[in-house]
Ligand binder design. Structure first.
Ligand SMILES: [Zn+2]
Length: 308
């Protein structure tokens, strides 16, 4: 059950949820996240949620010079709220034409099996990363622990590239609320470890370039989840634009979604898995970058949004 459900990556196309990973069907209801929870679509789920529902509890960015990239620098940039809960960041300042493109690297036990059986050749979208490098696009990458464990050398290479800022995305991509796009739910007692285990791997592979930036799978969280992970010292990075690249086979659709949603300070969520889960992101990124820059936006990392 855990394996099957955790494998269910529910991706919403428009507002219609579609489960495509077969073993997960039992765990994928196709329904929207539970009402009353603070939920956002993200990595594995691309449901565009209006930014007005965003909680943004306690992000308190501090101005700094230059784009911070280390754990110490990001820790200084975002401080927890007075209630002790992690800061949650949905977007940067709206008075500056900066945009942060972010890319999640999901990995579940089912995805690992697809790699092991050869059904999927790779969940590292190298073409996408090379396109970002070619276009000189800074980006923030949120990596799951299982992904880093599968691609340790790639993780080291990404960490060594000053274009990229690295955060985490849990160990095995389980949801932190019920009814989160069909994702398996991590028990409350395991929430903190799900976060810290991935962070330990990032620290090991990225060293001083590991940040304490974190994104919830499915973008789903509530106060209980925030309280559970508070000891980890993470800053939660959400987004205000979901690119909808999950299971999207039309690059133009991804381009239109991003261009239609971006404004000053936007944080855009895309994916760097490739394979069957985000097959056309690499084809969409060039037009996205070109058109955003033509509109006058400066592309930067998440922390770069808050830098002076
Ligand atoms: Zn994800």
């Amino acid at each position: 059950m855990i394996m099957g459900a955790s494998a269910c990556l529910g991706y919403a196309v428009g507002r219609v949820l579609t489960c495509v990973l077969v073993l997960a069907l039992a765990g994928c209801t196709g329904s929207s996240p539970a009402a009353g929870t603070r939920t956002r679509s993200t990595p594995s789920s691309e449901l565009v949620v209006p930014s007005t529902v965003s909680p943004t509890p306690s992000a308190q960015p501090i101005q700094s010079s230059g784009p911070p990239a280390s754990s110490a620098q990001t820790a200084a940039l975002f401080v927890p709220g007075p209630d002790g809960l992690p800061a949650v960041v949905d977007a940067g300042p709206r008075d500056s034409p900066r945009v942060a493109l972010t890319f999640d690297a999901d990995m579940t036990p089912l995805m690992l099996r697809r790699l092991d059986t050869g059904e999927v050749a790779s969940y590292y979208n190298e073409a996408l990363i090379e396109e970002l490098r070619r276009l000189r696009v800074p980006a923030t990458l949120f990596l799951t622990g299982l992904w880093m464990q599968r691609y340790p050398d790639v993780t080291r290479q990404l960490a060594a590239d000053p274009l990229f800022e690295l955060g985490t995305h849990t160990w095995q991509h389980r949801a932190f609320t019920a009814d989160c796009y069909g994702l398996a739910q991590v028990p409350a007692s395991e929430m903190l470890e799900e976060v810290t285990q991935a962070q330990q791997m990032l620290d090991e592979l990225a060293g001083s370039r590991a940040t304490r930036l974190f994104r919830f799978p499915g973008g789903c969280y509530d106060e209980a989840a925030l309280r559970a992970i508070a000891p980890s010292g993470m800053t939660v990075i959400q987004f205000d634009v979901a690119a909808g690249d999950g299971f999207q086979h039309q690059p133009d659709a991804i381009v239109r979604t991003v261009l239609g949603g971006v404004r000053n300070g936007s944080i855009v969520v895309l994916h760097m898995n490739g394979g069957n889960t985000s097959p056309r992101t690499a084809d969409a990124i060039g037009p996205i970058v070109d058109r955003l820059r033509a509109r006058g936006y400066v592309l930067t990392t998440v922390t770069g949004l808050f830098s002076s």
